[in-house]
Write a protein of this length. Structure first.
Length: 155
């Protein structure tokens, strides 16, 4: 079953240019490393391919995610507006969600981003500790999607 899910995910990622696909795979692996327990939810949506993490498979419990766009990969914090961000890394001005456009997946390992990830995890620590080992579930796969490659990169 896990092999079938990973095979589908590989097909989702392969829609991107090789460079963005590699960044997305690397960022996903780095984010997953923070979560020995919980559920990774995959959404192959209209706008982006999203990998969200939560303590259960309930979409509303996802609190951190990686999203792939045609030209970049973004780390999203669903409660980002409440995070302490002394470096001013978080982008967005909505009431809740904030994100960081990753220059490289290694940005996830920087001390400032790691501190934001730790803050995001803190309110969910108990629920994550009680969760099963990390598993992956595909929550959405929509037929109609924006192109996953920039117009100038069609191949």
């Amino acid at each position: 079953m896990a092999d079938a899910v990973e095979h589908r995910i590989a097909a989702f990622v392969d829609k991107y240019t090789p460079a963005i696909a590699a960044q997305l795979r690397d960022a996903r692996q780095r984010l997953r490393a923070h979560f020995p327990r919980g559920v990774e939810m995959v959404f192959d949506n209209y706008n982006a391919l999203v990998f969200g993490i939560g303590p259960t498979d309930r979409t509303r419990e996802s609190f951190i995610s990686i999203a792939g766009y045609p030209r970049w990969v973004t780390l999203f914090f669903l409660d980002g507006a409440s995070l302490d961000d002394p470096q001013g890394l978080l982008e967005g001005d909505g009431k809740q969600v904030r994100g960081i456009r990753l220059k490289t997946p290694a940005d996830l390992d920087s001390p400032a981003v790691a501190a934001l990830v730790a803050q995001a995890i803190a309110p969910h620590r108990e629920a994550l500790a009680a969760a099963a080992p990390l598993s992956t579930v595909i929550k959405a796969e929509v037929e109609k999607q924006r192109p996953r490659r920039p117009a100038s990169a069609k191949a």
